[in-house]
Write a protein that binds this ligand. Structure first.
Ligand code: SAM
Ligand code: SF4
Length: 298
C-alpha cells in the first residue's frame, strides 16, 4: 500500500496539519525542481508495483493543486494491477472530478471535518464553505467515483459536537464516513492528548442516536474499525491511531513530494529515491533500496 505526495503545497491551513503560524506567507515550499516529475513518480510506482504494491493513493499537501494531475493519473493507471485512489480536501474537485475519472482514477477520499459551516471554516482556516466540498463530492459521484470515503479528524471542543450530524448526513448515501483520532503529526500542530476523543467514546455517542453493529475488517491491515448502521443504511469507520495504534499490521509506505521513502507517518527521516534516480540508478537498484527499507522497518 503506497501513498505518494504529489505536492507539499496546500490551499487550506488546517491547524492540525499546516497551521498558519508555521505555514505563513514566508514559508518556503519546495522549488519546482525538487519535486518529483510525473515520470519519476510513475517510475517509483512501477518499481513498487513489481515488488507487490497493489494500492496506490495520491495525496499531498493538496494533490489537486498539482498542474495536469489527470495526466499523472493516466500514467499511473496504466501500471498493471494497481488500484488507484486520491485523498483531497475537495475544494477544487468539482471542476476536476470528470477529468480524473476519465484518466483512470477509481476512488476518492474527501476530507471533511464538519457540516457546520462555521466550524468547518475555522478548521480549514481559509474560509472555504462546506458547500464547496459538498459540490466536490457530488461531482465525484456524477463522475462515477462513488462511493466516496469522507475523512473527518476529530478534535474535542472543536468539531466533536457536530459529528453525529456528519454521520447522519451521509447515512444511506452509500458514502462512508471515517472518523480519525487527532494525531501528533509533525511538530507544529499543537497536539494535546486531551483534545483526542477516543474512537470508543465517539462510537457510543453515534450509537445512542444512530444504532450501530460492529463489522469485520474487509482485509488484513485495514486501518479503519468498521461499524454498520443497524437499519442497514451503510457503515462508518473509526481510525484509532492514538487509542489503539495499528502499527503492527501497517502495510503502508509513503513517498514525499521530493521523493523520500518513509515507512511511517511519524518518521522523521526518509530514504531519498529522487537523487538516486537522477544519478542514474537502474530499476533493479531502486527496487533493492525499496526492498531493504521495507524489510528493515520496525
Ligand atoms: N489535502 C488532502 C486532504 O486534506 O485530504 C490530502 C492530504 S491530508 C495530509 C491527508 C489526511 O490526513 C486528511 O484526511 C487529513 O484530515 C489527515 N490529517 C492531517 N493532519 C492530521 C492529524 N494531525 N491527525 C489526524 N489526521 C490528520
Ligand atoms: Fe491541507 Fe489536507 Fe493538511 Fe488540511 S489536512 S492543511 S487540506 S494537506
Amino acid at each position: 500500500d503506497l501513498r505518494i505526495s504529489v505536492t507539499d503545497r496546500c490551499n487550506f491551513r488546517c491547524p492540525y496539519c499546516m497551521p498558519r503560524e508555521a505555514f505563513g506567507p514566508d514559508f518556503q515550499f519546495l522549488p519546482r525542481e525538487e519535486i518529483l516529475s510525473f515520470e519519476e513518480i510513475t517510475r517509483i510506482a512501477r518499481v513498487f508495483a513489481s515488488l507487490g504494491v497493489r494500492k496506490l493513493r495520491l495525496t499531498g499537501g493538496e494533490p489537486l493543486l498539482r498542474n495536469d494531475l489527470p495526466k499523472l493519473v493516466e500514467m499511473l493507471a496504466s501500471i498493471d494491477g494497481i488500484d488507484l485512489a486520491l485523498t483531497t480536501n475537495a475544494s477544487l474537485l468539482a471542476s476536476q472530478a470528470r477529468a480524473l475519472a476519465r484518466a483512470g482514477l477509481k476512488r476518492v477520499t474527501v476530507s471533511l471535518d464538519s457540516l457546520d459551516d462555521e466550524v468547518f471554516r475555522a478548521m480549514n482556516d481559509v474560509d472555504v464553505p462546506v458547500a464547496r466540498v459538498l459540490e466536490g463530492i457530488a461531482a465525484a459521484e456524477r463522475a462515477g467515483l462513488a462511493p466516496v470515503k469522507i475523512n473527518a479528524v476529530v478534535r474535542r471542543g472543536v468539531n466533536d459536537h457536530t459529528l453525529v450530524d456528519l454521520a447522519r448526513h451521509f447515512k444511506g448515501s452509500g458514502h462512508i464516513v471515517r472518523f480519525i483520532e487527532f494525531m501528533d503529526v509533525g511538530t507544529t500542530n499543537g497536539w494535546r492528548l486531551d483534545e483526542v476523543v477516543a474512537a470508543s467514546a465517539l462510537i457510543e455517542r453515534i450509537d445512542a442516536e444512530l444504532p450501530l453493529v460492529p463489522l469485520d475488517p474487509n482485509y488484513d491491515g485495514e486501518v479503519a474499525r468498521r461499524w454498520a448502521y443497524a437499519d442497514g443504511e451503510g457503515e462508518i469507520g473509526l481510525i484509532t491511531s492514538v487509542t489503539e495504534p495499528f502499527c503492527a499490521t501497517c502495510t503502508r509506505a509513503r513517498i514525499s513530494a521530493d521523493g523520500r521513502l518513509y515507512t511511517c507517518l511519524f518518521a522523521v527521516e526518509g530514504v531519498e529515491l529522487r537523487d538516486r534516480m537522477r544519478a542514474g540508478a537502474s530499476d533493479d537498484e531502486l527496487a533493492a533500496t525499496m526492498r531493504a527499507v521495507w524489510e528493515q522497518r520496525e
